[in-house]
Structures are given as C-alpha cells and as structure tokens.
Design a protein around this ligand. Sequence first.
Ligand code: ADP
Ligand code: ASP
Ligand code: MG
Length: 404
Amino acid sequence: MPLVVQKFGGTSLGDAERVRAVADHVARTRRQGNDVVVVVSAMGRTTDDLIRLAGDVSVVQPPRELDMLLTSGERVSMAVLCMALAELGVDAVSFTGSQAGIITDTTHTRAKILEVRGDRLREALGARRVPVVAGFQGVSTDHDVTTLGRGGSDTTAVALAAALGADLCEIYTDVTGVFSADPRIVPTARRLGRVSFEEMLDIAASGGRVLALRSVEFARNHHVPLHVRSSFTWEPGTWVVEEEPSMEQAVVTAVTHDTSEAKVTVVRVPDTPGLAARLFRALADANANVDMIVQNISVHGTTDISFTVPRVDLPASLQVCEDLAQEIGAGEVLADDAIAKVSLVGAGMRSHPGISATMFETLATHGINIEMISTSTIRITCVVRAERVEDAVQALHRAFELDV
Ligand code: ADP
Ligand code: ASP
Ligand code: MG
C-alpha cells in the first residue's frame, strides 16, 4: 500500500473547524487506499504566542526551557487531531517527536536531526493505525526535548518520509503552492507547477518560508518527492522534484525576501592575515549563523568587515565582535537591524549575463539603495532598507515579467 506523509501547518489547524477539515482529508486519503502518517504544527499562531509569553515572563530564557515551552504547541494539535479522527472512526495515535524516535543533537532551539528510529510509527502502521506526530521537535542525545528551528515541522515531515520510505510527502499550507514571490506581497505572483530541488533550496534559503530550508535539503538528499499544496482548496499545488533535462529553465523563477536578519559592521580591522579567521571562528563558536559577508578594500592598513546574521543571533554576535575588536585594536562595532534581503532565484541565470545589471537598474529606478550584494550561480541577493523591501520585491517581479 502506498505510504503518504501529510504535514499540516499552523493556519491549516487554526481552529476546531479546521482540525475537523484536516481529519476529514486524512480519512479520505486512507479510504483511497493509502497508509498515512500525519505531521502537525502548533495551531494558528500558538508558537508566536508562546514566544511572547516567555518574553513577558523573563528576559532570561534558558534554551532548554524555551524548547520545553514551544513543543507544547504541537502536542495540543496532535491530541485534538486524533480526537477528530476518532470521531470519524479512524484509529489514530499521537506521538511526540521523542516518541516517534526523532533523535537530534543538543543544540536547543535549532537542533539538527541525527537519526529517525521510527519503530513505534512502523508498529502503528502495521496495526492499521494512523500515527499523528508532533512536528518541529525531537529528543537530544542527552535525552532533553529539542526544537528544530522555526518552520521545523516541514523538516519533521520530510525526515519521517525518508526514514519510513514513503512514496510522497505532502506539505499542506495556506497558499496553493510555491509562487514566483510571496503572494501576500505580490498578489499577481504565479504558482509554479514544478520547481527543482536546486531552485527550491535557494528560494527557501533566501526567505521563501513556504518550506523550511532543512526540509528541502533533506528531501533532495533522500530523494523524497514533495508536493506543496493548500489545505483550504485541496487543489494540486507545486511539485518539488529532481531536475529533468526537459525542464524549462526560466531565467528568473522567483523573487524572494527576508526580513529576519541584521547587519553587523566591525570598523577599522587591522589588515593582517588571520583576523577574519579569528572573527568568524569566534562567531561560529557562539553558534551565530553568519550569512552574507563583505570586506572592503583596506585604506591605511585597516578594513571594514560587515556581515549579516539572523536577528536572534545579534546580541551574541555583538558581544563576540566587541570582545575581539578590543583584543585586536579594531574600531567600533555597529549594529543595524533595519535591513532586509531581496533576491532573484533562477537556474537559467547561469547562462544569462546581465541579470544583475537589470536588477540593480530596477532598484535604482525606484530609489532603493543597495547596501550589500552576494551572488551564487543561480541567485543574486541585495541588502536594502527593510522599509523598502516590499517595493523592491514588487518592482523586480514586474521587471522580470513574472506576473500571471
Ligand atoms: P505553515 O504554517 O503552513 O507552515 P508558513 O507561514 O510557514 O505556513 O508558510 C506559508 C507562507 O509562506 C504563505 O502564507 C506565504 O505568505 C509565505 N511565502 C513566502 N514566500 C512564498 C512563496 N514564494 N510562495 C508561496 N508562499 C510564500
Ligand atoms: N510551530 C513551529 C513554528 O511556528 C513549527 C512549524 O510551524 O513548522 O515555527
Ligand atoms: Mg511553515
């Protein structure tokens, strides 16, 4: 019997009626002759609410306790979904990440999955029951509850699909698939029928949060076919697939944006070998997830180094930079949390010169200043002021004729 992993995001489980609609769909998938494993996120904005609660209670939030708090959201979802399934006569059984055998490293709030044991899920399937697994969580090699980072339920779903040898992993969300830009910002964005893992990786990495980056990495490495679709309309959505020779390679496939990072600049770093290495080693040791890096040419024997990090890593990064700046005799350390990234992604960019020029011209025409630039073979990213990022996305979407 084919095995399908179905993951339902927060809005898909926003209230009791939505939970019942999801149960209905799971029951129907079973009746159609599939085995189903369900992965759930926390209902609605529960995770945001819990983060806010933690902030209201204390400025000191030990990561272990934060994980204990946040994993409670997914527990609620799995229990109520099993109840809704029971009412439909479907024998369902809930599992926390730990019970499902998702073993992670010990990095609280952004743990990596090391192993999926999955024996209890296989047993449940063998007994014709539907396992409903709490997404976004696991248990560490130290036996503590961990979370996988925001959006981590996608990763749970793909990891389970890989471990159980599922035929398909369906990601149900509140849009009808992966679009050429966030449809909330560009209402005329186009739904992509198929997108390659390669492009989807860059879309996810540059802010297209419809799929968590790790879930795409996992799916590509383990050859798990992914189908991103709507739990509101249930219509076919976007297939994320291995690249096929016949696949049309659009020059630009999507315009993405990301408002979750901040910029740090260390001024007047002495221009001697080894200092950049020391800085970025210290940042890595502090678990700061450095993204873009720019070093300017040196004037009078010193150079400015700027980089971006997730905003949550800003305090730790500043501490590291200030300590090192003192030690090596660099100048001040500047923080800027009003930046955003806008990116173009497209496999066809490889063989088309002039895309960056058009991107920069478009931003210039709209009076949007570029503060940092980085490129890969299939992506160009610019850092701009956060307040202008939506204008930038809309202008680029138009300039590259991506509208429907
Ligand atoms: P879920 O709770 O189902 O995991 P998310 O909020 O994590 O949902 O992801 C879905 C959201 O991703 C959409 O509502 C949409 O606003 C946003 N999004 C950003 N970029 C894209 C894109 N390129 N295509 C589709 N959705 C996108
Ligand atoms: N509930 C978690 C979050 O909001 C995980 C997820 O939705 O995938 O990030
Ligand atoms: Mg999500």
